[in-house]
Design a protein around this ligand. Sequence first.
Ligand code: 13P
Ligand code: SF4
Length: 335
Amino acid sequence: MLDSRDSAKNNAIASLDAKGYLALPVPPKEELVPAIKKLLKDKNAVLMAHYYQNESIQELSDYLGDSLYLAKAAENVEADIIVFAGVHFMAETAKIINPTKKVLLPDLKAGCSLADSCPPTDFAAFKAKHPNAVVVTYINCSAEIKALSDIVCTSSNAKQVIDSIPAEQEIIFAPDKNLGRYLIKETGRDMILWDGACIVHEAFSFEKIIALSKAHPKAKFIAHPESESQVLDIAHYIGSTSGLLNFIQTDPATEFIVATEAGILHEMQKKCPEKTFIPAPVEDDTCACSECAFMKLNTLEKLYLCLEHELPEITLDPKLIEKARNPIERMLKIR
Ligand code: 13P
Ligand code: SF4
């Protein structure tokens, strides 16, 4: 027999529109934030948000951080529900490491170009060509790719993860070739790279960054390692989103040109209100390419609907969870 929660869920599913969104009412704009806070409390839910989210979502979050911080936080969540304001692979990781929790993602279409650049069947064939290699995968990949991996890493701990592998061991690194090339330089290890990339970090223009740096001679140029190597070669500092945030707080410079998704400028400005942060310019002047369109699919309205109706939910085959968990746990044990 259906209980009232099931029938409410079925009603919500029945109201999905052609694009798969819940076509249900939301409170007026000015009432959204208190309504979301109330739902979080009433449902014993926590909101996790990545630095690339809209400011309003960052401000509402219980946990705000980079991929590594959010994965570690998800492992220890005791609340019944995790609402993940980030992209699909991040919510999926939370489900894999804390599978008894209900994990919600405000927009299931919030994917990742990097994760999409590594289809599991193609990757399994690639892996089969190098049967002796240890597979290190960047966390920006699907659960199926994680299940094909030996150890996962993020941009915060990638060097430590690679250093933990014996020197003579052959390594496959996937899916980001830019991060992979950077790690080859940093660790001196000759890794076999998968040919994937992030559309946001590949959009930065080397020539325009040089021109902007000339116009701001005191500014330091900082970049996320998903950026292309010619961009990384001119950076004063390269690091994960949390690494970049740490750098701007500890470095004496007062002006920074920042090559990563523009959402992080909000937290940078909050941490250092007296300093100036300039988003790095992109190739195409007509687009907002330094914004990750996937990350920005999450809105307050969708967050409200997702909490109210507990949809869309991340569901995974328990066997896949089991296989994908090992490489994540191996990473989490590295301190
Ligand atoms: P961080 O782990 O550095 O936050 O990176 C996440 C990401 O998606 C970068 O594009
Ligand atoms: Fe994926 Fe790039 Fe967006 Fe990060 S910025 S979530 S790597 S598409």
